[in-house]
Design a protein. Structure first.
Length: 115
């Protein structure tokens, strides 16, 4: 197959192969519903973005960012969470850094920069 004549079904299948983690779980659970609505890659990708389109007030964003880090979440996942909340609530990157520093274990707080 050349790059231009892939069927929509194959394109959706190719997207499935590029996902992992929670995105893959969410995709696999929802793709039958989305393709029943419209069997196009564009529709599926737009539906994948819907959960990330939520707007959060600045005060709610700060509240979420200052809450304790979930023990089940890795530091990379926590950083991703903080940056997403900051983006959706309009908070600055400085709040992300402050939240990371405050949620760090005590031994790291002593050795890290002060914010």
């Amino acid at each position: 197959m050349s790059g231009g004549d892939w069927s929509e079904e194959f394109r959706i299948l190719a997207l499935n192969g590029k996902l992992d983690g929670t995105a893959l779980v969410y995709f696999e659970r929802m793709v039958p519903h989305w393709t029943a609505e419209s069997p196009t890659l564009e529709h599926v990708m737009n539906r994948m973005l819907v959960p990330y389109m939520t707007t959060i007030t600045a005060s709610k964003g700060l509240q979420l960012m200052t809450s304790e880090k979930s023990k089940s979440r890795t530091w990379a996942e926590h950083y991703e969470y903080l940056t997403h909340v900051a983006e959706r609530s309009g908070c600055s990157d400085l709040h992300v850094l402050q939240s990371l520093c405050k949620s760090a274990p005590p031994y790291l707080q002593k050795s890290g920069p002060t914010v």
